[in-house]
Structures are given as C-alpha cells and as structure tokens.
Write a protein that binds this ligand. Structure first.
Ligand SMILES: Cc1cc2nc3c(=O)[nH]c(=O)nc-3n(C[C@H](O)[C@H](O)[C@H](O)COP(=O)(O)OP(=O)(O)OC[C@H]3O[C@@H](n4cnc5c(N)ncnc54)[C@H](O)[C@@H]3O)c2cc1C
Length: 464
C-alpha cells in the first residue's frame, strides 16, 4: 500500500477578483481560503461541520456540505476546475481552461463533462493537485473575531470564556425553538421558500458536542435535554444593503410566530443561548466540529429528501436503536428530538438529515453494533423509500454493488468508468465500486449479512 501526503502543497495560489474564483493547492484549507479571500471582500460560501481545517480537494472527493449551503449550495456545485493526476500518471484538467488561452471561469470544457465524473468519486479517479472554486461576496470584514485563546478540546479543558465568539460583522445567528416536530419542519419550509438567510439547519445532538468543552458536559447535556429538542438556526447576512438584516429578521419573525416558535434571547432561555454561542463564529468558520471525535464518530444514517424526511428518519432511527441498542447516549440524537437537518438547496427542495453513532473505538462489540445500526438503517431507508441507501457524498461500497436498484445497475457503469481512470485498480480500490474480481473476493460473511438485511425488507439477495 502506498500513502501520499500532500501537506507541502498548501498554498492559496490565486484569488481572481474579476472571475470571482480562487485556485488552491490540495492541502490549502477552508480557513486559509477565507483569510485570503476576505482581504478582497470575497469568500467561498461555506464551511463544513468537519471544521475549516478540511481541505477543499478532499471535500470535492465527497460532496462538501456547508452550514450555508442553503444559499451557496454544496462544494461540488461550486467547483470551476480540477487538475487531477490519474492513477496512470497522466494529468487531466477540466473546465474552461482546457481551451488554449482561456481562464478558469466556467466548469464546462470541450467534450463530455469529466468534472461530474470526478466530483464525489471518493478519491478513486485520481489525486486532485489543484482546485478552482467560485467565490461570492463577503461582508464579514477582513478579520474575524477571535476568542482570546482559541478553542482547544482536551478532555479536562473547560473555560467557557475561551469558547465564545461574536459573529462576524453583518452576520447574525438566530436560534429558534418549536413546540413539536411539525412546527419545526413547517418553519423550515417557510424560511427556505421565503428566500431569506444564507444558512438554515437544525442542530440536534450536535449542539451537545460542539458547545461543550468537555465530554462530561456533552454527556450531561445530552442526558438532561439541555438544548431545545425541536429547533432551527438561521444565519442571516447583510449583503445587498444596510437594511437587509432588519428586513430578513422581520420576515423570519413573522414565520416563527405563524409556526408557534420562540426565539432564544436574553429574556428567554438566556443560559441556553449563551451555551450555543460557539456557533456564532462556527457557522462561518467551524472550529468545534472536532469535538465529535472525542469518542469516535464512526457510523450513521443520512437520508436525503424534502424537509419532512427528518420525521421519517427519526422514526427509523428510534426503531433501529431499539432493535440493536445504542453504543453511547449521544447515539439517541435524532430519536426523540430533531435530527441534524441541513438546508442544502435554496428553496428546500432537498434537505439532508443526519444521525450518528459514537461507539467505543477499543470495544469490538461496540464497533460491531455501530456497523449493524449503519447497515440496517441504510438498507431500510433504501427499501422503504426506494432511494440510495446512504445519501451523503458519492457512492461508497458495499452500498453500491449490493444495491443494483440504483440506476438501475449504476455499479456496472461505475466499474467501466473506474477501468478508464484506473485500469490497474490501484487508487483506493474497493471504495467507490468493486470490480468484478473484488466482488467475487468479497468476504462471504459480510455478503450474507447484507443479503439478510435486504431480504428482511423484501429485496432479493445479491448473488456472487
Ligand atoms: C466531525 C465531522 C463532521 C463532518 N461534517 C461534515 C460536513 O458538515 N460536511 C461535509 O461535507 N463533510 C463533513 N464531514 C466529512 C468530511 O468531509 C471529511 O471528513 C473531510 O473531507 C475530511 O477532510 P480532510 O481534509 O481531513 O480529508 P482527508 O482525511 O485528508 O481525506 C479524506 C479522503 O479524501 C480523499 N482525498 C483527500 N485529498 C484528496 C486529493 N487531493 N485528491 C483526491 N482525493 C483526496 C482521500 O481518499 C482521503 O482518504 C465531517 C467529518 C467529521 C469527522
């Protein structure tokens, strides 16, 4: 096995103010990009919960969901050009700059749309050595507000004064609680349809992780239901005029009143609002996401659909945990309260709902349970909703070859494409799609396990 580390290729190469694009080396991260682009009043449009230390090139290998995807879409919709070293050693460029003398300003080049084959291919088509992304107007100022000592996450660390930061200028974060799921989803739809806001999400159990400097505090907050079970957070930015924030806040207040919601404020649940303050800055430049890894963030369920998907997902999740048992108290996030619901598309045509499992990484029994919960919930989601089993990012085995209903037979197409990009099968083999040989060599007990789940939900077993 060979592993390639790209850490020396970590520069933001170019910010093009005319084309509103940025070109980066593969190890340049979201934090670096925002720092450079903000100097000229631009930014890339979002940051993942996985923190701003993530590289845009690695996120392009999956999907790149941002907290502000409600306005700006996913990273994979913001890519203008990729330069890729193929497993064969050839160098491939995509987009408008493949035409001699033309700059990177448009994601199509002559011929078939190769970028679309590469994005979300989970690193199997080659190594991205350069990525050009779209930029958008940034009004948050050249420097972001920085808490005095950063926000470390060591187990014994708990000094909340270092955990809080105000939002960047011309940005506001609103926390709203609702009396029940229906009210939350109804407000989600109305906010999305109204066109206000750059970010619209429900935080679920994530707040217990992100806003708690210690794991003990996370567990206590999850156990006592410290954060509102039905909630939304809305990010508003004043981009087009001085009065934009005031206007959008007015619209938001009308929707919240119609949906029986209540804003967290200095008069109502001020202690909870204070505890949520790490998001003020994290919604733009995420730092606290790594707190999810204090235990082990190892599996989950990610159905996509209209915002109502969250309700289906919670029922599925609750029944799954009842069947297998949880690995940790925070697995219950999304079972009796809202899932993490991301607005990933402007009018909420689609939303992504997420629940996660946090097993004990040194306990094989806990890890087995995590795998069973992940596969069971994925298969049931695929069977009941006639959808892809796992909606996050690109296709990943074994949920491709074992679900020929997708496409149908998308695995056969992906196998052919893999053969073109990687005829020797050396780049992350078995990740996006199994070759015929890999499928034949797939461990019998794993195949039987997946087939058992398929049959449980009325799907035919997949034969060798
Ligand atoms: C706590 C947590 C929260 C998360 N939240 C989100 C979220 O909100 N939105 C979201 O989209 N994702 C989220 N994720 C998943 C996240 O996208 C990935 O973990 C992220 O891409 C990791 O970034 P990295 O730069 O460390 O990648 P790495 O770990 O370095 O890379 C991940 C994989 O990408 C491929 N890859 C890396 N670099 C390249 C390259 N240059 N060319 C080709 N392939 C490459 C490799 O196959 C590698 O195995 C989350 C993950 C965690 C742990």
């Amino acid at each position: 096995m060979m592993s390639i580390h790209l850490s020396r290729m970590n520069r933001v190469l170019d910010i093009d103010c005319d084309c509103m694009t940025a070109t980066l080396e593969p190890y340049a991260d979201y934090g670096q990009l925002l720092a450079e682009a903000a100097k000229v009043g631009l930014w890339n449009g979002g940051t993942p919960l996985a923190t701003t230390l993530c590289k845009l090139s690695s996120q392009a290998a999956f999907a790149g969901i941002w907290q502000t995807s409600k306005k700006y879409g996913l990273l994979d919709k913001n890519i203008v050009n990729l330069t890729l070293v193929l497993p064969t050693g050839e160098i491939l460029k995509t987009g408008s700059s493949t035409v001699a003398g033309i700059k990177d300003f448009w994601d199509y080049g002559p011929g078939p749309d190769l970028l679309s084959v590469i994005r979300c291919s989970a690193g199997t088509t080659g190594i991205i050595t350069e990525i050009t992304v779209k930029l958008h107007t940034w009004v948050g100022g050249k420097d972001l507000p920085e808490p005095a000592a950063g926000r470390p996450s060591i187990i014994s660390y708990s000094q909340p004064r270092f955990d809080n930061a105000p939002p960047p200028s011309k940005h506001r974060l609103y926390w709203i609680e609702f009396p029940d799921y229906d009210a939350e989803i109804s407000a989600f739809r109305k906010v999305a349809h109204s066109g206000i806001g750059i970010g619209l999400n429900a935080s679920g159990v994530y707040s217990a992780y992100y806003c708690s400097p210690t794991q003990k505090m996370t567990e206590e907050r999850a156990r006592t239901g410290f954060f509102p079970p039905w909630n939304l957070y809305v990010i508003i930015a004043g981009i087009t005029s001085e009065t934009q924030i005031a206007y959008e806040e007015k619209v938001l207040r009308e929707i919240v009143a119609e949906c029986r919601g209540r804003f967290l404020s200095s008069e109502y649940q001020s202690e909870v609002l204070e505890a949520l303050s790490p998001w003020n800055l994290d919604c733009i430049r995420n730092v606290c996401g790594y707190r999810m890894n204090r235990r082990m963030y190892a599996g989950g369920c990610l159905p996509a659909g209209t915002p109502e998907i969250a309700k289906y997902h919670s029922t599925l999740w609750k029944e799954t945990l009842e069947k297998f048992g949880e690995t940790h108290i925070t697995d219950r996030g999304g079972a009796d309260n809202t899932t993490f619901l991301y607005g990933i598309e402007p009018a909420a045509r689609y939303a992504l709902s997420e629940t996660d499992i946090y097993p004990d990484p040194v306990d094989p029994h806990s890890l087995e349970k995590c795998a069973a919960i992940t596969i069971y919930s994925a298969v049931r989601n695929a069977a009941e909703r006639k959808s892809t089993p796992f909606s996050f990012g690109g296709p990943a085995e074994p949920l491709v070859t074992f679900f020929p209903e997708q496409g149908p037979n998308v695995h056969l197409l992906l196998r052919k494409l893999r053969n073109i990009f990687d005829p020797q099968g050396i780049s992350s083999p078995g990740r996006q799609v199994l070759t015929e040989e890999e499928f034949k060599a797939f461990p019998a007990h794993s195949r039987d396990g997946i087939n058992k789940m398929r049959e449980l939900f009325g799907m035919k077993p997949i034969k060798k």
